[in-house]
Design a protein around this ligand. Structure first.
Ligand SMILES: Cc1cc2nc3c(=O)[nH]c(=O)nc-3n(C[C@H](O)[C@H](O)[C@H](O)COP(=O)(O)OP(=O)(O)OC[C@H]3O[C@@H](n4cnc5c(N)ncnc54)[C@H](O)[C@@H]3O)c2cc1C
Length: 228
């Protein structure tokens, strides 16, 4: 199986596959584990540890002497990575199957174009990847788990969910989301990033949408009121 992304969900998927004895490979576009979480490592999560650790991952880690941090405390993103995700990814059953700096750039059913439906569901996938040197490779996989998250697909809260004209949008894993545009002032601001974490193609989760809206409102309140 192929897993796209070595964030919290991709690594939890890996741990569950280890327990089931299913072989897999994890492709991570960033050059480190949980690259997206590391982008906002300075921020404290709202979820405490007891809600952050996947049961299969916990079982594998505890076999190696790992202990769950204070279950009622909420870690920062950096603590989540350092105390949980890095040790998880370092387990030999997982580390040998993680490819860092390898981005999935395409996904298709082997030998099929989009017009063919016959036997489609039973046909393996071709996962097209690109590494840091630009080398492109096609890898066969029986199934694919998309754990690529939403961080690299920002959904701007500006008019119609489109980036304001003149504001470039970066999709580079190694850089934070692009300078955002203030829906209030109509200007690009490198500091304020009011955006939903949900990509435009997926419905936002209610809670996360609410959180983003609050962040947008705070940013709006900080923005100068004079037209400009
Ligand atoms: C400031 C902040 C605070 C948050 N606090 C909480 C919280 O308290 N509780 C909570 O539940 N959630 C919180 N979240 C949401 C949190 O980001 C997600 O719950 C969690 O990170 C989702 O994990 P994931 O593995 O699905 O995605 P991500 O963490 O986004 O990981 C996806 C990984 O996939 C990689 N990737 C992406 N595209 C590709 C590709 N094409 N090829 C290869 N690799 C790729 C990325 O580099 C990344 O490492 C917070 C988010 C932010 C920004």
């Amino acid at each position: 199986m192929a897993i796209i992304g070595a964030g919290p969900i991709g690594l939890a998927a890996a741990a569950n596959l280890v327990e089931r004895g299913i072989d897999f490979i994890v492709f991570e576009a960033g050059d480190r584990i949980a690259a997206s979480v590391q982008e906002w490592g300075h921020t404290r999560l709202f979820s405490p540890w007891k809600h952050l650790v996947d049961p299969a991952s916990r079982r594998l880690l505890e076999e190696r002497g790992w202990a769950l941090p204070d279950p009622e405390q909420a870690p920062s993103g950096a603590e989540l990575v350092r105390r949980y995700l890095v040790p998880l990814a370092a387990l030999p059953e997982i580390s040998s199957r993680v490819r860092l700096g390898v981005e999935v750039i395409g996904l298709a059913r082997e030998g099929m174009d989009r017009t063919r439906t016959r036997s489609r569901a039973a046909t393996p996938f071709t996962v097209r990847t690109r590494d840091r040197q630009g080398k492109i490779e096609d890898v066969a996989a029986r199934s694919v788990i998309d754990a690529s998250g939403t961080y690299r697909s920002p959904n701007p809260l500006s008019a119609s969910g489109l980036a304001l004209r003149g504001c470039p949008r970066s999709r580079n894993a190694s850089s934070p989301p692009s300078p955002m545009c203030s829906a209030v002032t109509g200007r690009c601001s490198p500091e304020h990033t009011p955006q939903s974490s949900a990509p435009a193609t997926r419905p936002p989760t209610p809670f996360w949408g609410w959180w983003s809206l609050r962040a947008a409102r705070r940013a709006a309140n900080r923005a100068p009121r004079s037209p400009g």
